[in-house]
Write a protein that binds this ligand. Structure first.
Ligand code: IPD
Ligand code: CA
Ligand code: CA
Length: 283
């Protein structure tokens, strides 16, 4: 394991312990929804501070792009961090959340960690070095037909609600053409599950770089494919993602692409009739 991956693993484990300790406190907290929310926001923040502290100790001049504190530092080496992916699950005690950490150097993903502190499962990947679960090599599934595939997804919300109609049409189509659908609620873990062959494919709109970075490297190193809905590499910017084992990825992409094209067309028609400034039409 490279030195950078080692540091990422230490950081993820440290954040994971903090999250589990906090979950126990959360269970004991007999208080209002507001203070529970504030407590959970504080857990996100503290986990992120811990991750950055561990990494910075080893690499004082690296830069960070982290969900809670944003972008800081400059240079070619950028750590992309989601300290707690699946916050809503955590808040409800639904045991599906993770820490996600990736290192990008000169725009290329070099290593990634997704750590599930409930199951103590550690997913790792290094460019050219494959993907592992708890140190053992993982590969995407061998399933070849979409009809037999188990597909993960996430619902568009907040800024991505513009995509709701397109998404629902996709959902209907995927529902009718696959063995099953899951919405576990932690995108970084969903991608790690694709890498491990637990899911055969996945799609979602409007994810953030910290949701996707580590899982993307994992899927690629496990022999899978991941792209935007047009087969392009721009998904770190758009957040629109489809992935899977090569066969399921191809079939799922083919199923989703026409819906996406129609959604974009509708959005540009809407922009033409309503070119108001601040119109937040779909990208
Ligand atoms: C969210 C989770 C969820 C996905 C959302 C993300 P957060 O991350 O990954 O599965 O559907 O788009 O924002 O807010 O819990 O870190
Ligand atoms: Ca997230
Ligand atoms: Ca988060």
């Amino acid at each position: 394991m490279s030195a950078t991956l080692n540091i990422a693993v230490s950081a993820a484990r440290a954040a994971g312990s903090l999250i589990i300790r906090s979950l126990n406190q959360l269970d004991a907290l007999q208080v209002t929804t507001k203070s529970r929310n504030e407590f959970v926001t504080e857990v996100d923040r503290q986990a992120e501070v811990e991750i950055i502290r561990v990494i910075r100790k080893a690499y004082p001049d690296h830069a960070f792009l982290a969900e809670e504190s944003g972008e800081h530092g400059t240079g070619e080496s950028l750590w992309i961090i989601d300290p707690l992916d699946g916050t809503t699950n955590f808040l409800h005690g639904f045991p599906q959340f993770a820490v996600s950490i990736a290192l990008q150097i000169s725009g290329r993903l070099e290593c990634g960690v997704v750590y599930d502190p409930m199951r103590q499962e550690l997913f790792t990947a290094e460019r050219g070095g494959g993907a592992q679960l708890d140190g053992r090599r993982i590969r995407v599934s061998k399933r070849t037909s979409l009809e037999e595939a188990l597909i993960g997804t996430g619902f568009p919300y907040r800024a991505n609600l513009d995509w709701a109609e397109t998404y629902l049409a996709m959902l209907r189509d995927v529902m009718q053409n696959t063995a099953g659908l899951r919405r576990p609620g932690a995108a970084a873990l969903d991608l790690a599950y694709v890498a491990a062959g637990r899911l055969d494919g996945f799609w979602e709109f409007g994810l953030a770089p910290w949701d996707i970075a580590a899982g993307t490297l994992m899927i690629r190193e496990a022999g899978g494919r991941i792209s935007d809905f047009e087969g392009g590499d721009g998904f770190m910017q758009s957040g629109h993602v489809v992935g899977g084992n090569p066969k399921v990825y191809a079939q799922l992409s083919r199923l989703l692409a026409p819906h996406y094209a129609r959604g974009r067309q509708a959005a540009s028609a809407q922009r033409a009739t309503d070119p108001a400034p601040g119109n937040t039409a779909q990208k």
